[in-house]
Write a protein that binds this ligand. Structure first.
Ligand code: BGC
Length: 743
């Protein structure tokens, strides 16, 4: 590999900027190639006209796997890894060195315009699944770009807005998935977000890109900008951003800044050296000739889609459909599938199967009526009439409802979570003539079901499923495979229940994350608020049971927990065992009632049982303490919940942990309660209080109410309450404490 010191200042500056919208800069004189990098994230989006950002949709065909909003519901890390491998193979064929994804930002509010590209409202799910995708892609010798680092949780004013977030919420919610992935899957590149975090652009944020990412988490890859996120090259390089994309033609500014001493050349060297290492890492794959197996990748996309579908409702066992049943299919989406979102993630699939194609392939007995158009024209009564007519003559109706393309895309947020009213109108008309209606939803972000779901006996949340979605939907509806998807996000009764509503999307250039750590089910469950369907929920065609929960401490801050899961039904199926941790002691910090910390998807034959074991490290029990400016595992009891959704806890075991032993450094502003509970402070405090009383003073109030009040008083204010001797008390306690802790 070329040594960075062999390059001129100009060459180094050039390495830290793209050659065009989709290529790195090489160094011709040294034989360093300028490889292509391109989107992502649920398949390869390589533009045919590769030098601009226009013609976004004119791309070479590649397999369109389910976008994250769908695939997250699979809760299947192994399957996600397989898809990663396949995506990596497609990159090798197309000579793409880095695929720009996955995007792992937390779904703070379902109105967020890019929810379809993101995985979950929960950082464990949003961390573990994409980590597997990254491992899969990178196993093929090409890089990924973990994005958008960090706090891109809305599209409104996304290029400028300042996300104002407490450090605790950042650490526990908005950075946690990134942290897990950086430490475990080691993405070769990351992409910063457009927005600012607490007043500093991510692209210029030294705390984010260097202090946290590199120094704390040990990241050794490169960070690139989101497209056009750099406003000041020098500030970005200084903060730890290796690569500006696309180029803003400001390499001169960098060269001058070094010459004038405004940018340390060693920092430029570090950033440029990262680029050299990335190019070398991808070189072997870029020099390989490879052709991927189009049919095999389509088959994989079909499996991925099957596992992404969530069966929410199945009254009277309306599903699975039986082969001989006459069905009416209603809804334009059955013919014109909505299978991915718009914007920079849009893929040109190698093949596309609609639901109707899948029915034809099976030779199913069906009649179709589009029911409605996908534009915003008023409902055409003739279409409703036609839908009612086909429904009348069928055993069951499969009705496709959802969001048209325009309803959700990169660049803007949604205004509500409703499906178009005309679709609901047709559903209602159909349900009047045929009681056996099964609704299949096509949407990239949560839609409300509360107003109309009574009209349907069956309900399938099919999200966006990629190119094999039609076949996969038929596979699940006919029960060829079990329904194994589980919700990766809560479906609220109303969007107004969402904890961020009053602060979404903010205004005047900023947005306050006022709900703190209480995002998604962390809020709904802690408040015990009714939801339409809880996080983690999903039915199967069989039934399961969880028994024999066990938990034991493996150290002061870790535990091992296990549970036995049994298929108690009549057919093969998969259950997702979800492990939530619920602190069961008085905590110095506000904590959610429980949080997902681990999960496993288990496939079982009828009657089969399996014991599933989880090793839980300190992070499963810790919260981010603003007092310690660090993670903290407090001593006490923790309940380990094994659940089939955040609201369906099926077995529990408790574990007592010693905690990490971190103690507060007491000061004159520590309260009497804090003094009297601290392992070192309590002895000193109690001794001096006893001495105080021996000398005739009255220290502790005798009645309970005053004593409670007294506990809240900082040591510094003691004189006010116990008289002049309080001063002696305060000074001796502080002196004794300083001596005891060796100050
Ligand atoms: C998006 C990124 C994308 C990039 C390149 C940006 O607008 O935010 O996710 O990778 O464009 O297309």
């Amino acid at each position: 590999m070329v040594d960075i010191n062999e390059l001129t200042l100009e060459e180094k500056a050039a390495l830290t900027s793209g050659a065009d919208a989709w290529h790195l800069n090489g160094v011709e004189s040294k034989g360093i190639p300028g490889y292509m990098i391109t989107d992502g994230p649920h398949g390869l989006r390589k533009m045919r006209q590769a030098d601009g950002v226009n013609g976004l949709y004119d791309t070479v065909p590649s397999t369109c796997f389910p976008p994250a909003a769908g695939f997250a519901n699979s809760w299947n890390t192994e399957l996600v890894r397989e898809v990663g491998v396949a995506m990596g193979e497609e990159c090798v064929q197309e000579n793409v060195a880095v695929i720009l994804g996955p995007g792992v930002n937390i779904k703070r509010n379902p109105l967020g315009g890019r929810c379809f590209e993101y995985w979950s409202e929960d950082p464990v799910l949003a961390g573990h699944l994409p980590a597997a995708l990254i491992e899969g892609v990178q196993s093929q010798g090409v890089g990924t770009s973990l994005k958008h680092f960090a706090a891109n949780n809305q599209e409104t004013d996304r290029m400028r807005v300042s996300a104002r977030i407490t450090e605790r919420a950042l650490r526990e919610i908005y950075l946690a998935a990134f942290e897990y992935i950086v430490k475990n899957a080691k993405p070769w590149t990351m992409m910063c977000s457009y927005n600012q975090i607490n007043g500093t652009f991510s692209s210029e944020n030294h705390w984010l890109l260097t202090d946290v990412l590199r120094d704390e988490w040990g990241y050794d890859g490169i960070v690139m900008s989101d497209w056009g996120a750099v406003h000041d090259r020098v500030a970005s390089l200084d903060a730890g951003l290796n690569l500006e994309m696309p180029p803003s033609n400001t390499d001169d500014d960098v060269v001058i800044a070094v010459r004038e001493g405004r940018l340390d050349e060693r920092q430029l060297d570090r950033m440029a050296d990262g680029m050299l290492r990335l190019i070398e890492k991808t070189r072997p794959a870029m020099e390989r000739d490879y052709t991927f197996d189009v049919a095999a990748h389509h088959a994989l996309a079909r499996r991925a889609a099957q596992e992404s579908i969530v069966l929410l409702k199945n009254e009277g066992a309306v599903l699975p459909l039986a082969a001989g049943e006459k069905i009416a299919v209603v809804g334009e989406f059955a013919r014109t599938p909505r299978y991915q979102g718009g914007g920079s993630s849009h893929i040109n699939p190698t093949k596309l199967s609609s639901f109707l194609d899948a029915l034809d392939e099976r030779g199913a007995d069906y009649a179709f009526a589009p029911g409605f158009t996908l534009d915003d024209a008023a409902q055409d009564g003739a279409l409703t009439g036609e839908a009612v007519a086909v429904a009348q003559n069928a055993d069951k109706v499969v009705m496709f409802l959802g969001l048209p393309d325009i309803a959700e895309s990169e660049g803007y947020d949604r205004e509500n979570i409703d499906i178009p009213a005309k679709q609901v109108e047709v559903l209602h008309a159909v349900s009047v003539v045929n009681p056996n209606v099964v609704v299949v939803l096509s949407n990239g972000a949560v839609v409300s079901v509360s107003d109309w779901q009574a009209d349907a006996k069956g309900l399938l949340e099919a999200w966006l499923l990629g190119q094999a979605g039609g076949e996969a939907t038929a596979d699940v509806l006919y029960g060829d495979v079990d329904a194994t998807g589980r919700l990766s996000e809560t479906i609220p009764v109303s969007i107004e229940d969402n904890p961020s509503m009053v602060n979404f999307p903010g205004g005047e250039g900023y947005v306050d994350y006022g709900e703190g750590i209480f995002v998604g089910y962390r809020y709904y469950d802690t408040r015990n608020l009714e939801v339409a369907y809880p996080f983690g929920y999903g039915l199967s065609y069989t039934t399961f049971e969880m028994t024999d929960a066990k938990a034991e401490a493996t150290g002061p801050t870790g535990a091992r927990a296990s549970v036995t899961v049994t298929n108690t039904g009549m057919r093969e199926g998969s259950q997702v065992v979800q492990l939530y941790v619920a602190p069961n002691h008085e905590s110095p910090a506000v904590r959610p009632s429980h949080e997902l910390k681990a999960f496993a998807k288990v496939s079982l034959k009828p009657g089969e049982s399996r014991e599933v074991t989880f090793d839980l490290d300190d992070r499963a029990f810790a919260y981010w303490s603003e007092r310690f400016e660090d993670w903290h595992v407090e001593p006490g009891e923790y309940v380990i919940e094994f659940a089939s959704s955040s609201r369906d806890v099926e077995a529990v075991a408790a574990v007592e942990l010693e905690g990490d032993g971190k103690t507060l450094h007491l000061t004159d502003m520590s309260t009497l309660k804090e003094w009297s509970e601290d392992p070192v402070g309590a002895r000193i405090f109690n001794d001096r209080a006893a001495e105080f009383e021996r000398n005739g003073g009255v220290f502790w109030p005798t009645d309970e109410v005053n004593r409670m009040f007294f506990y809240t008083v900082p040591l510094n204010s003691i004189t006010t309450f116990v008289g002049p001797k309080g001063r002696w008390f305060k000074e001796t306690v502080l002196a004794d404490y300083a001596a005891a802790v060796g100050e």
